[in-house]
Design a protein around this ligand. Structure first.
Ligand SMILES: Nc1ncnc2c1ncn2[C@@H]1O[C@H](COP(=O)(O)OP(=O)(O)OP(=O)(O)O)[C@@H](O)[C@H]1O
Ligand SMILES: [Mg+2]
Length: 317
């Protein structure tokens, strides 16, 4: 079934507990639930691409073997068609008992933090109604957005971005299977660029591999839509020196060249502030400003105008 055109995040998705990197304590507990064929409802919290869906799938496969597909339902809580459709699908699925010797089916509900409080109340009632036949694994980025009555009905697991040495294991294994060579400091650079998000690691590797098997740092920066820190630094130096026009020109150039969004740029600018040769007080002010600009962008205001305003602050400091 796996062809070369297959996306690597699926091709290299761990198939058993051992293949899941990092998250050791969580993996250990979930493995124990599976072994005992007894599991509470679970809440998986944490940022994107670090193994939440993967671990749920691994658990389902370990519990149900061949028939996992009949006993595992994956849904997105933020389904465009509304939470009612989600509830209907859940009801249909949970109406029948699990096959085999496991006394429950599993429903994996992604993006639960996108649900309103009311929808979460409804979800909580649904969870209660089907407790005899079903276990829920809820997934979210921020557990603080999940109402207490749901949290208290779940064992909460906090997933963390992978540490560098764990990320390296993923890179090494894929590089070996795809005969890729990571030149110079490329491996370290990839770890840094991905910030512990394995999906990002794998996607960047796959886009690089489409052009060449020899992966350089340059190619990584190009493919990851991230400007080199050096380039962003240059923009900031120009601005701090007072050359607003050159800074603005260079910034536009970087954005177009790398296809970066305003948000990508603000994040990088914010990282570079502390290395600038300006007073601590100015650094604090600029960091604060980055937060404000980021908020405005998220709210939908014109990205380039916001970036120019941010640059103006560097000139003033
Ligand atoms: N801990 C991990 N060990 C090995 N591979 C991983 C790990 N986490 C993620 N991956 C890889 O990244 C891909 C995406 O992971 P996954 O779907 O589990 O992310 P997620 O945590 O559910 O993210 P999201 O919040 O965006 O749904 C997987 O297909 C797998 O290839
Ligand atoms: Mg997921």
């Amino acid at each position: 079934m796996i062809q070369d055109s297959h996306i690597w995040t699926e091709k290299y998705r761990p198939k058993n507990f051992k293949e899941v990197k990092g998250q050791e304590k969580i993996v250990e507990k979930v493995e124990a639930f599976v072994k005992n064929k007894n599991m509470p409802n679970l809440l998986f919290a944490g940022p994107a691409g670090i193994g939440k869906t993967t671990l749920a799938l691994v658990a389902a496969k370990a519990l149900f073997g061949e028939s996992w597909k009949q006993n595992f339902l994956e849904l997105n809580a933020s389904d465009d068609r509304g939470i009612d459709v989600v509830r209907h699908t859940i009801k249909d699925f949970a109406r029948t008992k699990a096959m085999g010797d496991v006394p429950f089916k599993i429903i994996y509900l992604d993006e639960c933090d996108s649900l309103t409080k009311e929808a979460q109340q409804a979800l909580r009632r649904t969870m209660e109604a089907f407790t005899n036949t079903t276990r829920f694994i809820l997934s979210c980025n921020f557990s603080s957005k999940i109402i207490d009555p749901i949290q208290s009905r779940c064992a909460v697991f906090r997933f963390k971005p992978l540490e560098e040495k764990e990320t390296e294991k993923v890179i090494d294994s894929i590089a070996k299977q795809e005969s890729l060579i990571l030149e110079g400091k490329a491996k370290k650079t990839l770890c840094e660029l991905s910030e512990g998000d394995v999906r990002r690691v794998i996607n960047i590797l796959q886009s690089c591999a489409a052009t060449t098997k020899k992966i350089s740092e340059d190619l990584l920066y190009e493919m990851s839509a991230i400007a080199r820190p050096k380039e962003v630094k240059e923009v900031l130096h120009l601005a701090v020196k007072g050359d607003f026009l050159k800074a603005r020109e260079k910034l536009l150039d970087i954005m177009l060249h790398h296809g970066l969004s305003g948000l990508d740029i603000v994040k990088q600018i914010q990282k570079e502030i502390w290395d600038l040769d300006i007073s601590d007080e100015a650094k604090i002010k600029l960091t604060d400003k980055c937060g404000e600009i980021e908020f405005r962008m998220v709210e939908g205001s014109d990205e380039f105008i916001q970036l120019e305003a941010l640059l103006a602050n560097f000139v003033k400091c």
